[in-house]
Ligand binder design. Structure first.
Ligand code: V47
Ligand code: SF4
Length: 660
């Protein structure tokens, strides 16, 4: 029996996974199988319900006595950008949030060298007095240790005073990676793993529940993650005091780690799935949208997570380190993302109790009735092990539908002109003609037989012709495709995923959903008409208006794959148009990593073969290759000249396929 099957059997029989199992899962490229297993376990525990909460982060100060290597948030006193809120300012921020329905305030910050314990105590007692119904989740084990040492009191006394003043629970920060091999390198002056664990054990014994985190995706190895999770699982066995496990994806900018790249989406989802399977004594695993971005966070709900975190509103820690998710999500943003993942959103309190289950379920039913039902993303058996792409340095497009191409001569001239601009040195250089039906129309108007016309296009440098009319019904479609094939020009089909938007109504913001009926009509055309024509590729476009979520895009690829069969390549356009619910997401601070790149290897698992045309000015090709390889896939570009590769920082002397 394979090790994977043994693990599945263990999970099915409720046998706890050991460290070697967790390590095996981390190292396995079979993300979808692991995700499906984690999803099953999650559903057994939590049905299809996904928790979110209405909360507000307030970071009281970024002035900090420590200098953790990964931290972009902290400042020394007097340094530019250093701030420290007065308690009144914090109360005003909290008031706005509470008026908008917040049930939780999350307060963590730096270790201020001059703040006495009384300041922290006043913070809690004032907030508690002003907002007695709101849960105060505040101060990491690191801050508590700081308070105790400065005050020369025991941690027990500090915690008791804070609890008496209104502290509700502890957040999970400061855990980072427990293993000393890593901890000593990234935050050697912070409390040790043992101190962190002891503080949470003490809090649990005093009736304060807490959260726990793991900062991953930097210099740690998988065995360090497993060691980290084992220590958390052991304490949970002992006390049962943890509410939730929160994997924190490393944000790479403005810190001293020198990593300069975001975590791989593939790894984010794997980490969630392994946590769900290994941490069998945790009810809740969080897909933290602030650090993952909304796309991966939504997908996390299909890989074992049952918590989406909350509205957050003002998050500085990941933001200052290059975090690209928006600062805030409204209740309805959260609900829509969850519903569109085919799950049921349930508002929770800080201790993971539904606030009003009946109300949440009724609201979800109402939203489903008005926006249409979404089915949960099914994880397929992984498809391709290779992803290709073309770059604009080797490929260019001529559009037969361009009004400037009035007639056949114009079109040929446009191809010829384009060809003259392409460098002719080494490497493949090609023109892709978009608008198959339009091009054939120009041939007909000029009385040029199709085969002759396509041969002329091939002579003019055209290497592929793409159908752009998603609903082309031309009677001579068959003749056109065959003529192109006889001229050795491959043809591609095209389908478009569209969303329909429901206008804002009665205080509810506008909502959109996928028009799956229209998509299915196009798929029928693919399987009934285009497939028999010997189409070698079909491109999936996403309409630019309205919203398409990551899960829906992957679902569309999967549906297209089954309609297209195995002989046609599926080409996605995700890197030229990000189909996402996320508000404007910037690139990394050095413009290096397109947000949708996190989805890249998953596209292949769901059935895509090709990423379409990549503009190296927008997308760093070497990063793209890394993303593809992160999942054990091999990358195949059209790999233009050595000069180009050198500019892109690529060393492809080893062939791109050598990982296979
Ligand atoms: O402890 C610091 C992390 C943590 C970076 O308990 C970074 O409900 C990524 O713990 N990239 C604080 N992470 C945040 C935290 C948290 C967040 C949300 C909810 C809860 C909860 C807790 O942020 C720190 C550290 O591990 N962090 N720098 C960075 N560059
Ligand atoms: Fe200070 Fe926390 Fe940043 Fe470390 S992570 S430097 S303790 S604010």
């Amino acid at each position: 029996m394979s090790q994977m099957r043994e693990i599945e059997k263990k999970v099915e029989s409720g046998i706890r996974l050991n460290d070697a199992d967790a390590l095996f899962l981390f190292e396995s490229p079979d993300l979808l199988r692991i995700g499906a297993l984690a999803d099953r376990v999650n559903r057994e525990k939590n049905q299809d319900r996904i928790f979110y909460n209405i909360n507000r982060h307030i970071n009281p100060t970024n002035i900090c006595a420590l200098s953790c290597k990964f931290c972009a948030f902290s400042r020394k006193p007097g340094e530019e950008g250093a701030y420290a809120y007065e308690i009144d300012e914090m109360v005003e921020k909290a008031r706005t949030a509470v008026n908008q329905g917040a049930t939780e305030l999350h307060m963590v910050g730096g270790l201020h060298p001059r703040w006495p314990f009384k300041r922290y105590l006043d913070m809690i007692s004032t907030m508690h007095r002003e907002f007695p119904a709101v849960h105060l989740k505040a101060f990491t084990a690191v801050e508590l240790d700081w308070m105790a040492r400065r005050e020369r009191r025991t941690l027990g006394e500090i915690l008791q005073d804070l609890k008496d003043a209104g502290l509700g629970s502890l957040p999970g920060g400061g855990a980072e990676i427990f293993h000393p091999e890593i901890r000593d390198q990234i935050c050697d002056t912070k409390v040790s793993a043992e101190q962190w664990i002891d503080t949470h054990r003490l809090a649990h014994s005093m009736g304060l529940r807490s959260n726990c985190t793991m900062l991953y995706g930097h210099i740690e190895r998988y065995e360090h993650r497993v060691d980290h999770m084992r220590r958390l699982r052991d304490l949970q066995d002992e006390t049962g005091g943890f509410n939730v496990f929160i994997p924190l994806a490393f944000q790479p900018y403005q810190n001293d780690m020198g990593i300069g790249r975001y975590t791989f989406g593939f790894d984010d989802l794997k980490t969630i799935a392994v946590a769900r399977l290994y941490l069998d004594n945790f009810a809740n695993i969080k897909s933290y949208w602030v650090m993952l971005g909304q796309d991966i966070a939504q997908l996390g709900l299909s890989f074992g997570a049952n918590d989406f975190d909350g509205t957050v509103t003002e998050e500085k820690i990941s933001r200052m380190a290059g975090g690209r998710a928006g600062m805030v999500m409204s209740r309805s943003d959260l609900e829509h993302l969850i519903l569109r993942a085919g799950r049921t959103p349930v508002e929770r309190d800080t201790l993971y109790r539904p606030i009003d289950l009946e109300k949440s379920l009724a609201r979800a039913a109402e939203m489903r009735a008005s926006a249409g039902d979404a089915s949960p993303l099914m994880l397929p058996v992984a498809h391709a092990r290779k992803l290709s792409f073309a770059t604009t340095s080797s490929t260019t497009q001529v559009n037969a539908e361009d009004p400037a191409n009035l007639n056949w001569e114009n079109l040929l001239a446009a191809c010829g002109k384009m060809r003259s601009t392409l460098p002719t040195a080494d490497g493949p250089r090609q023109i892709v003609l978009t608008g198959l039906t339009a091009a054939s129309g120009l041939m007909e108007a000029a009385s040029i037989p199709f085969e002759k016309g396509f041969a002329e296009l091939a002579t003019a440098g055209v290497r592929r012709v793409i159908e752009t009319a998603a609903d082309a019904t031309n009677q001579s479609l068959h003749l056109i495709h065959k003529a192109a094939h006889r001229a050795d020009l491959p043809t591609s089909g095209r389908v478009e995923l569209r969303s329909v938007t429901k206008p804002a109504h009665a205080g509810e913001p506008a909502a959109s959903r996928i028009d799956w009926n229209a998509f299915q009509t196009q798929l029928n055309r693919v399987s009934q008409a285009l497939r028999p024509l010997g189409m070698t590729a079909i491109s999936l476009e996403a309409s630019r208006d309205g919203v398409i979520t990551a899960g829906e895009y992957l679902d569309a690829i999967q549906r297209l794959r089954s309609a297209a069969g195995e002989q046609a390549e599926i080409v996605t356009s995700i890197l030229s148009h990000v189909p996402t619910l996320a508000p404007a997401m910037g690139l990394g601070n050095d413009g290096s990593q397109h947000p949708a790149q996190k989805l890249v290897p998953l596209l292949a698992d769901f059935g895509a073969d090709d990423l379409g045309l990549i503009d190296p000015a927008m997308i760093k090709v070497n990063r793209l290759v890394e993303d593809i390889r992160s999942a054990g896939l091999s990358a195949a570009g059209d790999w233009p000249s050595d000069a180009y590769n050198a500019n892109a920082g690529l060393d492809l002397r080893h062939k791109p396929d050598d990982r296979n």
